[in-house]
Write a protein that binds this ligand. Structure first.
Ligand code: IVH
Length: 673
């Protein structure tokens, strides 16, 4: 083949393969056999290998990146990622409809679209000029983590729109929202493989999908059968009048839209459709946990707007949790990292909502008493939206010959020490802070995925290391390097795996301050609170110097968290751990601004009037994330006033002082730069 022919053939192959990808992954109607498809891909790979200059970024061979993602960049969402208010019965849906009609000042029936609520991970896809620009996770709703390399491995996500441009619409800069999920059958198969390899199981397909989307190696992501459904198009294009038209456009662009959606006139039709969805739930190859009801007209959606974190124009209708009966063999008590004892129901294994359940939480002693749960009972278990199944009730409370009432153990089941119960709590605690269960629990938390994410340092290794006396506190993890030879001597632990582990430990030193703060395991400080505290204080030193009142002024940080933080820093041994972790090189200071943008950096903004796409809080957060400051009053020092609809005196003042004024549209443009 001559040079030109190579190019021509490569282009042709790319087109043919992309077409087959679309038929197979989006339409799920393959047109050729897997073998023939593989042959085409092989031919293209071969051509590109011989003539690397032929490789284009949108080539189907370029979906799986070679590089590992070191850190996931944080990107502010141009349009905040809202969540939905939930409703649990038909009357709540009628209430929703009433609020919608009141908000619109309309008596007559409103048109709604009802869709499946896919139980997966939400994702934001940004396309510029028809090409996938980046993909972000939901994060905290205001900004998310960039996971483009991973999302690109999903062949149902077009790298390039199938039909573009579409005449009559400006779709040059749009955001598409969807759900990444895994089919239940694929999930079961992959989990079975994990059992064989002795790896930790994923609780459900959603967690599996979520874990996969945030993996550092796109090659592993590519090997897992993730899929996508998209359900929401965000653009500045005014020519799209309804949500359902948006879905049709998404399909034309080559996106995978779930066809089960229904357009309904009025809420009674919506309720009928929801009932139908609930019935068909069992027969679907993927999990849905409800229906989503959206006002179809986009101008109506704009009129209704959003409150706090959810739109007024949409609502989720959650299906009833699935239930099953089974035998409660035994009640055991688990000791957590704080020493808290949690009762666990050991069950006769039973299949429920996609997985086999052999344990369920019993929450605490009060719950056990209230429901009078005893060993040997037949119990009803339930799996709702949450991961952890729970025991709802005893199925046969009148049965003769039941065992004795359940009691709190006399001593810690792990170390035999005494137990105590703080007066204001329902939980019992082991009083021994050296209890091995607490030590191990703290270490497991420290190394876990949501905290410092030290790959390989899971439950079994921690057990082994603690039992051998290698580690006791998180700070000891960073001294393991000095015991390398001892580690290699351990059974089932070769040189390579020791090196991998030490590398993973080394890498954890790069974790941002808020992850370190979460990893410390301060009581009540979850990952969300840790992020807020880290953002606010910027360093552990500033936090240590603050008193409880100061801490509780942080947005959404309540009294119990702030008191707990203060107590934590009072303990000498905690300070010692921090000192050693700091010496090991962990970050106890936040990097101020990673997403700083030239336009915003160091400038002062004032927001006025009502913005259409953002709440004031969200807009302010976006400005701050981009390196700007937000002030409440206009002065000569103000760099820009961002004026929404019906802006009043501040806009006037800006004009008087000659301060530059931006429209919301210009503001969004700047954010996207
Ligand atoms: S619309 C502002 N549609 O459910 C509206 N969400 O809390 C944004 N979800 O975060 C959501 N299926 O992850 C929408 N057909 C669907 C959905 C859906 C699943 C998820 C999504 C969202 C959560 C709602």
């Amino acid at each position: 083949m001559a040079g030109k022919d190579f190019r021509g053939r490569a282009e042709e192959l790319r087109r043919i393969i992309t077409d087959h990808d679309y038929s197979y992954y989006v339409l799920t109607q393959p047109k050729i056999s897997d073998y023939d498809y593989d042959m085409l891909v092989k031919e293209l790979e071969e051509l590109e290998r011989k003539h690397p200059q032929l490789i284009t970024p949108d080539s189907p061979t370029q979906r799986v990146g070679k590089d590992l993602t070191k850190v996931f960049n944080e990107i502010p969402h141009v349009y905040p990622m809202l969540s939905l208010a939930n409703s649990y019965d038909e009357n709540e849906l009628r209430d929703f409809d009433r609020r919608v009609r009141e908000g619109l000042g309309q008596e007559s029936e409103v048109e709604y679209v009802v869709e499946y609520k896919i139980d997966g991970v939400s994702i934001n896809l940004c396309y510029k000029d028809g090409l996938l620009s980046y993909a972000t996770t939901r994060g905290d709703g205001a900004s998310g983590e960039e996971v483009t390399a991973n999302v690109k491995t999903l062949r149902s996500v077009p790298v390039k729109f199938r039909e573009y441009p579409l005449s009559g619409y400006d779709l040059s800069d749009i955001h598409i929202r969807g759900e990444i999920y895994m089919e239940t059958g694929d999930f079961r198969r992959l989990n079975d493989e994990r059992v064989e390899k002795g790896e930790k199981l994923f609780a459900n397909p959603r967690n599996f999908a979520a874990g996969t989307v945030k993996m550092q190696d796109p090659k592993i992501v590519a090997s897992r059968p993730l899929k996508i459904f998209v359900y929401y198009l965000l653009s500045r294009e005014g020519a799209i009048k309804t949500h359902s038209d948006g879905l049709v456009i998404l399909k034309r662009l080559g996106m995978r839209v779930n066809d089960a959606y229904k357009i309904c006139k009025g809420i009674e039709e919506v309720i009928d459709v929801c009932r139908g969805f609930e019935e068909s739930r069992e027969s679907l190859p993927y999990e849905i946990d409800g229906a989503v009801i959206k006002v179809n007209s986009l101008p109506f959606q704009r009129t209704l707007g959003s409150i706090a974190k959810s739109p007024r124009w949409a609502v989720a209708y959650k299906f009833k949790a699935k239930q099953e009966r089974t035998l409660l063999r035994k009640i055991t008590w688990q000791v957590g990292r704080t020493g808290a004892l949690t009762p666990v129901a050991e069950l006769e294994p039973v299949f429920l909502a996609g997985s086999t359940i052999s344990r369920a939480t019993l929450h605490n002693m009060d719950e056990i008493r209230r429901k009078d749960i005893r060993q040997g009972d037949t119990v009803i278990i339930e799996k709702g939206g949450d991961v952890i199944p729970k025991v709802v009730a005893v199925a046969d409370p009148e049965r003769k010959g039941r065992s004795a009432e359940t009691a709190v153990p006399l001593s810690c089941p792990e170390c035999g020490s005494s137990l105590f119960k703080p007066e204001e709590e329902v939980t019992w605690y082991c009083e021994n802070s050296d209890c091995p269960a607490q030590i191990k629990g703290k270490l497991e938390h420290f190394a876990s995925r949501g905290a410092l994410d030290i790959e390989g340092l899971g439950e079994s290794l921690i057990d082994l290391f603690v039992d051998r006396g290698f580690i006791r506190t998180p700070a000891d993890i960073y001294s393991l390097r000095g015991r390398k030879d001892e580690l290699i001597q351990l059974e089932r632990f070769g040189k390579k795996s020791v090196e991998n582990l030490l590398d993973a430990i080394e890498k954890s030193k790069e974790a941002p301050f808020h992850k370190v703060l979460f990893a410390l395991g301060i009581r009540y400080v979850g990952s969300g609170a840790a992020k807020k505290l880290a953002d606010h204080f910027g360093s552990v030193d500033a936090m240590m110097n603050a008193n409880a009142e100061e801490i509780s002024t942080v947005h959404e940080i309540g009294e119990s968290i702030s008191q707990s933080v203060v107590n934590y820093f009072k303990e000498e041994h905690n300070l010692e751990i921090i000192k050693r972790l700091r010496a090991a090189g962990l970050r106890f200071e936040g990097k101020k601004e990673t997403a700083s943008k030239e336009f915003f950096a160091g400038k002062t903004f004032v927001l006025t009037g009502s913005l259409e796409k953002h709440s004031r809080d969200d807009a302010a957060a976006l400005i701050e994330k981009s390196g700007g400051k937000v002030s409440s009053s206009v002065s000569k020092k103000t760099d820009y006033v961002i004026a929404g609809e019906s802006a009043g005196s501040k806009l006037q003042k800006a004009n008087d002082l000659g301060v530059k004024v931006l429209s919301e549209e210009e503001f969004i443009k700047r954010l996207e730069e």
